[in-house]
Ligand binder design. Sequence first.
Ligand SMILES: C[S@@+](CC[C@H](N)C(=O)[O-])C[C@H]1O[C@@H](n2cnc3c(N)ncnc32)[C@H](O)[C@@H]1O
Length: 279
Amino acid sequence: MNETDLRDSVAGLFDRSAETYDAVGVDFFAVFARHLLDDAGLRPGERVLDIGCGRGAVLFPAAERVGPAGSVTGIDLSPGMVERTTRDIRARKLATVTAEVMDAQEPTLPDASFDVVLASAVVFFLPDPLAGLRAWHRLLRPGGRLGVTLFGGNDPRWSGIERVFRPFVPPAMIQAMVNPESPVVSQENFTRALGTAGFTGIASETREHAIRFTGPEQWVDWSLSHGQRAFWEFVPEERRSRVRSEVLGELDRLRAPDGGIVMRQVVRYTVATADSSGR
Ligand SMILES: C[S@@+](CC[C@H](N)C(=O)[O-])C[C@H]1O[C@@H](n2cnc3c(N)ncnc32)[C@H](O)[C@@H]1O
């Protein structure tokens, strides 16, 4: 798939997820946002760029932290996400917060115009993550901070569910996910890519979060509400109800005595500083 097709397919995927994104009662993206904002140490008055802002898991708490003297600009490839988030910004009457449709890899924003750039659960969607990091370095003032979250692997207890989807996943995608050269495949590669893009003072922390689901049905609704929706969409329509039954069966085995399911999600948090060499 070329870069344009990949962008179109990511934008379409999130347009179709936007209605229920982060809205099925599972505490997920907001958890990572809280830690990321703590790590990035946002201060009142700062100008923040939220890359891949989605439905505002980072954007709204960032706006609270920088206050009315600061600003938060959200950008996202998906018009469906941006439209809904803009509606929420207006409903909350946030005069210094905006969301607009823009490609994270080629942002059309002025150089050195932000104190902080944040990207939570986004970098792995970019066709060329290093190009994105270089662009974000350019957008930061010298000494500005970048804060990123990346997923650090799947809960091994989910391997049965992965096995159900695997026959339908395009081989190129499986290869991309395990490509040893990819900047997002390991913290080591990501740290190297940040250095290449001109960042210094790179600090990373890996945290494991317990994500709670009321039961198998909620997990399925949740998996359809964000990027994992792609795995459902790879399954031909006539096979989906069978696959759904198999997935529900696998999930049933993961239930705790109270009927709920707990998934362990490893997240890698990285904060770095834009040095002044302006690479
Ligand atoms: C998993 S969501 C994370 C959203 C938000 N940061 C959060 O924490 O909830 C990934 C978001 O990145 C956006 N995205 C993916 N590729 C992008 C790109 N090239 N440019 C801008 N946004 C992109 C998607 O549309 C989606 O809203």
